[in-house]
Design a binder for this molecule. Sequence first.
Ligand SMILES: [Zn+2]
Length: 98
Amino acid sequence: MVRDLLPLYLSKKTHPYSDELIKQHLENCEECAALARSMEEFTTDIPYFFEEEKKEEKRIDGLKKVKTRIKTLEVFIALGLVLLMLMLLWNIFRLRAM
Ligand SMILES: [Zn+2]
């Protein structure tokens, strides 16, 4: 019976009266106390897990930003090269015309 109430007890959703009963039972029953401890570990692990996921998302976001930055840089370099070639060709034609 206490075992079924443990998840509720740990998420603080039980009635204060049953809360007290469970607490007392946990003090006397090693089996349920161990179960409560492992459940507690599990429930505290969940927010941590989400935190990690968020960090991972931010890291990927940063990577995307770097990638787009590199792309714009490539475009600028390509444009610069084209401009340079045009200037060179224009100079050659001008020299030939002279
Ligand atoms: Zn028990």
